[in-house]
Design a protein around this ligand. Structure first.
Ligand code: NAI
Ligand code: MG
Length: 538
């Protein structure tokens, strides 16, 4: 740590004059491709910049207190740039999940949170958003450090979006109410929208804070209490912000955070008899397990945000330069570790050759390096498991005779960096065109006409998202209606405002998060029927 340099000083010593301009809330695309020399100058991986963030919270958060695991066990959390340990974190298991669930149960059954006026609840959410805003640089640095995403993306994109989510759900808190129903007969009928109870939430490592916001925001706005299990790779930022929640006035036991592993802590939560709802984001396989654990325990309702193999369709009328840039962003953003990555780039045969040439050039010019250096576009993959998985898929692409246009190997000699990789001549039945690679590997496929691309784009077990690039309104309308996906972005990609619902068709999931739709996941509807003339019944 002696070599630590402050992020601020680093930014002033930035390698590049023009910073990357990604902003997920605005849906802008990244900076235009740099020159080859930029590529090489950015590659100073030998001396990783150590952010000056104090890691104060590494224990479990149960009933408003940071506590050790019952077993006393801890596990290491890593810096994906180097594979070195950042901190030891308390490892929650069954007994800790039990303690957290009983704290959440007590806070729900007897505590002030579900009984508080919704306006008071909304004020606590707003106060929390303010506190996060005050600590934004530090939280963004911690997120990038633990996750490997660029500091530019964390600080300018994800943290402002995180704050926006909580302000959005604070706005909903006092606008949730039932209906008066005009039933047949002499009855007064009303519906009460009540919080569902103790929500169990299991999140992944690719967007630790954004996933926290999607789940915690609506659950708290509706008056629920929570046990949230972070991903074992990225436990740090949830603990940091949970502390701020308590400073904002959140009562003890309302938000409990368990760090730990899936088969132990995650499974204990999903199968708990006293958890009333489970929300999960992660792989399709684990999603199936979570659904099964619910079925085998207490049939708690389950929402699932799972994998994807989303098509990005470049139409024949496309401005090729713009299409290349957007398709590049749709796949490579966040090191390709996005459930909705545009991971099948379908290009019309008329523009295919030009597109391929330029897409390859753009990937070669992608700036890989230390995510804390300004101008760097791509940091490391999250861990050795993902790193190996991606390299295996690249090998499979080569073995199946797709054409490797560029990349294909690790980048540097330590950490989990992978070269931006492009495959052309990809066929629909190749593994690289069917499976979620979850890495910086673009697969480019040629298509003939709209019928052809609609059929092939939908020929997948997934249905999370799709991208369409065209200036033709008829083409856009045809595709947006034909594609079986929960989100279709036309001439933009990865636009993630808090108000926009997100979720999948087919094996990409069950339910929708964000926006008004997310509230339904955290509410019970109770019908209350009263005779208009009570005396007539009694
Ligand atoms: P995963 O789905 O196994 O892990 C996600 C979360 O589920 C983590 O918190 C993990 O601890 C938990 N979990 C794991 N097993 C569990 C179980 N038996 N019961 C309850 N919770 C459990 O994903 P993993 O292993 O990190 O990555 C594997 C693949 O999943 C990736 O290569 C990628 O393709 C996909 N993935 C998709 C994500 C998305 O955003 N939809 C996010 C992360 C991974
Ligand atoms: Mg797993």
């Amino acid at each position: 740590m002696a070599a630590a340099r402050r992020i601020s000083s680093l930014i002033s010593r930035s390698l590049f004059a023009s910073p990357a301009s990604f902003s997920p809330s605005l849906g802008k695309v990244g900076r235009r491709g740099g020159s080859a020399s930029r590529f090489s100058t950015a590659v100073a991986l030998d001396e990783p910049i150590v952010p000056s963030v104090l890691i104060n919270h590494t224990k479990l958060l149960i009933n408003g207190k940071f506590v050790d695991a019952a077993s006393g066990k801890t596990f290491p959390t890593y810096d994906p740039r180097t594979g070195e340990v950042i901190a030891q974190v308390a490892e929650g298991e069954l007994e800790d999940v039990n303690r957290a669930v009983s704290a959440a149960r007590k806070a729900f059954d007897d505590g002030p949170w579900p009984r508080m006026s919704a306006y008071e609840r909304s004020k606590i959410l707003l106060k929390f958003a303010d506190l996060v805003e005050q600590h934004m640089d530090e939280i963004a640095a911690l997120e990038s450090w633990n996750c490997g995403k660029t500091y530019d993306q964390s600080s300018k994109g994800e943290l402002p979006l995180f704050v926006r989510f909580f302000r959005y759900y604070a706005g909903w808190a006092d606008k949730i109410h039932g209906l008066t129903v005009p039933a047949d007969g002499p009855y007064h009928v009303q519906t009460l929208h009540e919080p569902i109870g103790v929500a169990g939430q299991i999140i992944p490592w690719n967007f630790p804070l954004i996933m926290f916001a999607w789940k915690v925001g609506p659950a708290l706005a509706c008056g629920n209490t929570i046990v949230l299990k972070t991903a074992e790779q990225t436990p740090l930022t949830a603990l940091y912000v949970a502390k701020l929640f308590h400073e904002a006035g959140l009562p003890d036991g309302v938000l409990n955070i368990i760090s730990g592993f899936g088969p132990t802590a995650g499974a204990a939560l999903a199968s708990h008899m006293d958890v009333d709802k489970i929300a999960f984001t992660g792989s399709t396989d684990t999603g199936k397990t979570v659904l099964e654990l619910s079925a085998k325990s207490n049939l708690k309702p389950v929402t699932l945000e799972l994998g994807g193999k989303s098509p990005f369709i470049v139409c024949e009328d496309a401005d090729v330069d713009k299409a290349v840039e957007l398709a590049h962003f749709a796949l490579f953003f966040n090191q390709g570790q996005c459930c909705c990555a545009g991971s099948r780039t379908f290009v019309h045969e008329r523009v295919y050759d030009e597109f391929l040439e330029k897409a390859k050039k753009r990937a070669i010019n992608r700036v890989v390096g230390d995510p804390f250096k300004l101008g760097v576009e791509q940091g490391p993959q999250i861990d050795s498991k993902q790193f190996e998985k991606i390299l295996k898929y690249i090998k499979s692409g080569i073995d199946s005779n797709a054409t490797l246009e560029c990349g294909g190997e690790r980048f540097g000699s330590k950490g989990y960096f992978i070269q931006p990789t492009v495959f052309s001549n990809v066929k629909d039945d190749m593994l690289i065109a069917k499976d979620e690679i979850f890495g910086p590997v673009q697969t480019i496929l040629k298509y003939k006409d709209l019928d052809d691309v609609i059929k092939r784009a939908n020929n997948t077990r997934y249905g999370l998202a799709a991208g369409v690039f065209t200036n033709n309104l008829n083409t856009a309308n045809t595709l947006t209606r034909a594609l079986k996906a929960g989100t279709v972005w036309v001439n933009c990609f990865d636009v993630f405002d808090a108000a926009i619902p997100f979720g999948g068709y087919k094996m990409s999931g069950i339910g929708r998060e964000k926006g008004i739709y997310s509230l339904q996941n955290y509410l019970q509807v109770k019908a209350v029927i009263t005779p208009l003339n009570n005396a007539a019944w009694l």
